[in-house]
Write a protein that binds this ligand. Structure first.
Ligand code: ZN
Length: 433
């Protein structure tokens, strides 16, 4: 059992009944403000029979209609520019961010000072879970644009008292130099970009495994939860690789402890449900639904994240009573592919490809052939015999996922490299087909 920084008497170690009671106490504290000032959620609360804070019980909570991203987006369209999900007058807000826009039009999100403090606190749990403390030097390979991404992690570091090293407006070479010169001990970036930095380091003959980086923390993509992607990052960086999950509109809801045994749900700051995709009933596997508890100024309640997850039944060896997700987020529900009758998430395909360190980058194209979907891979093979590696990848995907696919080898640096949310899957099927 590893020794964690957080005192074992903290909320992460509460018994579950006490934890759930404290969740509902927190939610109730915010409800009066929502009913008074938040047009978007006042409507939903009243629909569930919640007209005052004391009406909120576990029973009425279950009656509150779900919130979807489409709904929030439509609300911002109807009430531009920020929509109705604001609890206070606009001049109380201190930050504006927007989603990365990988799926549809970006969603704008405002925070007040208390909401931002809360967001940073969620990240503090991520750092503490990974054993990061005030003595650490944390490098952010992140562009610091309007996307909330690692801005909030930066705030988490401020709360922790660690040294922050911003890596915005730098290319990969400059970032590597900064990491080495400043003896950074922690790297925060997407899993894809950690591999990209490793590729550039290899070209420049910088030995990353000898660098001072001891921990890498990743968000934005499922990669750090995929065993083979994680192994590749840990080997190339000579560091422990930690997964994290969150979203602009939700906050930083998941973290890994040093057992690295799945993603812990931060149940001190959020209420979680998992619902069956078909029935909408409570299930151990399905879509993750989240309510945040400290962002009263711009909250989400019973928000359908679009993340497909699987709950682990067992308690974690770290002693925290928070539930865990097996293998992190399995994939985005909208991204699920049905290829020749086999249902598969892009992350499962990535995990198989990452068994092959010879493959520096890849892209996948999905086509409709008659009644079936067809998947073709483009592989950038930088070591060994390209066609032989491609055949081996095809075989591994057939053996492990039951998918028959075709692949072609493309030239080195032919495929795009990504700093934020990698796009590797291209859907060429006609929508509504
Ligand atoms: Zn744990």
């Amino acid at each position: 059992m590893s020794v964690d920084r957080e005192a074992s008497g903290g909320p992460a170690y509460m018994d579950r009944e006490a934890l759930q009671n404290s969740q509902f106490d927190r939610l109730r504290e915010g409800v009066s403000a929502l009913l008074a000032g938040n047009a978007f959620y006042a409507e939903k609360l009243r629909e569930a029979g919640v007209d005052a804070a004391e009406d909120l019980t576990r029973e009425t909570y279950a009656q509150i209609p779900f919130t979807t991203k489409e709904e929030l987006s439509a609300d911002q369209d109807a009430h531009p520019p920020y929509g109705r999900n604001l609890t206070y007058p606009i001049d109380r807000y201190t930050r504006l961010h927007q989603t990365s826009g990988t799926t549809g039009r970006p969603l704008r999100w405002m925070d007040d000072a208390a909401g931002w403090e809360w967001f940073g606190k969620g990240w503090r749990a991520v750092f503490e879970g990974a054993g990061v403390g005030p003595e650490d030097r944390v490098f952010f390979a992140f562009s610091f644009g309007p996307f909330i991404g690692f801005w909030s992690a930066f705030e988490g570091c401020r709360q922790l008292g660690a040294l922050v090293l911003p890596g915005g407006a730098m290319d990969s070479h400059q970032r590597l130099l900064s990491i080495v010169e400043n003896e950074a001990t922690v790297l925060c970036c997407t899993p894809t970009y950690a591999l990209r930095l490793a590729e550039v380091a290899a070209e420049e003959r910088i030995d990353l495994s000898a660098s001072s980086i001891r921990v890498t923390i990743h968000a934005g993509e499922p990669g750090a939860a995929l065993p083979n992607t994680r192994n590749l990052i840990e080997e190339t960086w000579g560091a422990k690789c930690f997964d994290h999950a969150g979203a602009t509109e939700v906050g930083p809801w998941g973290f890994e402890c040093r057992e690295q045994a799945g993603l812990h749900l931060n149940e001190s700051e959020f209420i979680f449900e998992v619902i069956d995709l078909e029935t909408g009933e409570s299930a151990s596997e399905g879509e993750l639904v989240v309510t945040n508890l400290g962002r009263i100024a711009s909250p989400v309640i019973r928000y359908r994240t679009g993340d497909f997850v699987r709950l682990s039944g067992a308690l974690c060896a770290c002693g925290r009573t928070y539930q865990r997700l097996e293998g992190g987020v399995q994939g985005r529900i909208d991204d699920a592919l049905i290829v020749r009758g086999v249902n598969v998430y892009p992350s499962a395909i990535e995990n198989v490809i990452r068994e092959f360190p010879e493959v520096a980058e890849f892209a996948a194209d999905v086509y409709r052939r008659g009644a079936m979907d067809d998947l073709q891979l483009r592989l950038e093979v930088t070591q060994g015999d390209g066609p032989a590696v491609a055949r081996a990848v095809e075989r591994a995907i057939r053996d492990k996922l039951g998918l028959r696919i075709e692949s072609t080898v493309v030239a080195h640096e032919d495929l795009p490299r990504f700093e934020l949310k990698a796009k590797r899957f291209y859907d060429h099927r006609v929508k509504g087909d």
